[in-house]
Design a protein. Structure first.
Length: 213
């Protein structure tokens, strides 16, 4: 069974940059945001000529792509989908004129199906999703950070519940880290996978730590 993990955080917190250490020869990048990657030289690493990069925010197309990679691209060991929020938002905007509630059910079904598929593929395949977050405050001032979604249908799914590993990306004064356990947020990781509550935002080190889980 494949492994799916989620990197969540605010814009500029290092989510995309954490992918810089992946090997382009064994990685396929789905740029749902269609804004390019965030380190020098990425265009030579990820492009259509290398057959490891696509710009798409269509959930059905992305699901089709990752299934195809699982079945026909044994050279690919890691797939990145960056970000899941754009997949939600683009679908929502395309269907703004629809007045019924079916569009929310369809969107929730598409996202649920994509994440579920990511957990049922080839054993040696890792699928990394990135997501933007939002922080809510209750009446007492307690804050809680979680994945930002579109609509109550997706809130009911609780996107984080579909992953065994959810890392919270954050930056402070030029230092970028992942939180590995809940700290007023929905971060989580398997017991014993990480020695520290904060680790460097190097995704290859994360993958190495999760090999036994």
């Amino acid at each position: 069974m494949s492994k799916a993990l989620l990197i969540m955080g605010s814009s500029g917190s290092g989510k995309t940059t954490s992918m810089r250490t992946l090997d382009p020869k064994t990685t396929y990048y789905v740029d749902a945001d269609r804004k390019g990657l965030s380190w020098k030289g990425w265009k030579e690493q990820y492009n259509q000529e290398n057959k490891n990069y696509i710009k798409s925010s269509d959930a059905k197309q992305i699901e089709f792509i990752i299934k195809g990679i699982s079945d026909k691209r044994p050279d690919i060991k890691t797939i990145v989908v960056d970000t899941i929020n754009t997949i939600m938002w683009d679908d929502e905007f395309k269907r703004m004129s629809e007045k019924n509630y079916d569009k929310w059910s369809d969107l929730a079904s598409s996202i649920y199906g994509l994440i579920t598929t990511a957990n049922t593929l080839r054993d040696d395949l890792i699928i990394i999703f990135t997501a933007h977050t939002q922080t809510d405050y209750d009446e007492s001032g307690y804050k809680f950070t979680h994945v930002r979604t579109s609509g109550r249908k997706l809130d009911k799914i609780v996107v984080e519940s579909k992953f065994t590993t959810v890392l919270y990306s954050k930056g402070n004064k030029g230092k970028y880290v992942f939180e590995t356990q809940a700290n007023d947020n929905t971060a989580k990781s398997p017991l014993g996978a990480f020695d520290e509550p904060e680790i460097d935002n190097d995704i290859t080190k994360v993958i190495k730590a999760l090999e036994d889980f």
